[in-house]
Design a protein around this ligand. Sequence first.
Ligand code: NCD
Length: 315
Amino acid sequence: MLHLRSYLYIAPLLHYSMRHLISINDLDREDITYILKKADEFEDVARGERNLRILEGKILGNLFFEPSTRTRMSFEVAMKRLGGDVLNMTAQEASSIAKGETLADTVRVVSGYCDAIVIRHPLEGAARFAAENSSVPVINAGDGAGQHPTQTLLDLYTIKRECGKLDGITIALVGDLKYSRTIHSLIKALALFETKIYLVSPDALALPDEMLEEIGGDVSRARLSEVIGEVDVLYVTRIQKERFPDEEEYRKVSGSYRITLDTIKNAKDSMIIMHPLPRVDEVDPAVDKTKHAKYFQQAFYGVPVRMAILSEVML
Ligand code: NCD
């Protein structure tokens, strides 16, 4: 991102030279604060209330090797509302991937067609590998159970917008903490702020021990019923069915947790419920009508946040 500014010997605004955005670990607290502030300035553009065409003439290449609705579309709308354009790789069956083309070759070619690439891939490490083969910035939109840094930035933006702060927040991370890349990214970013984190999951879906040790900070395992009155944010995730080594293991945990009106009856008035979506059965639709439900708002916040990221990598 800021490689251009560095070439011009202008002090980078971010500590990390954000040419690529592969892992949330690449950003520190100040970098995150900077991006969230920038996103705030784009909110009216994201809503279509202000015309701003700073990415006119720029093209984004979307390379999605896994299903996506929000991530792909919000990148696309962010680009278009800023005057830019988007190239979408067609379904894998209709592209040269089906002929056996390697990821490295696809990235080499596509990076010649556009100014930045967004990639989602089922293999952990694929986005970093793509960055090594790309002549333009690469943004990781999810690599297997690894990382999903742009989701984390929009999650943090949602908390900041809806709770007014990040420091001092108590958050419960609920569900598939083993395979959710949204959790693996978010938990690392939360640890950069003064947050209290409760991990709520069936044993079979617990956060891997090595990740727990790496994070440090105020993190503990809990039962939701014991902490629900204390939390500011309830962050719920879907069981990542596609990451299970076999169907039988998935069946054992399927349907093992569900947020209902009863689950949240002792919650604070101001408590918000977030979910990266898609939801399957882990949040009862009856919860949608409560003032706590913020997941659809959260999905909208993906637009200004991705505008901030795109303008950083492209300008
Ligand atoms: C998430 C993902 O792809 O990791 N979706 C998203 O980007 N909003 C969460 C999920 O698929 O469960």
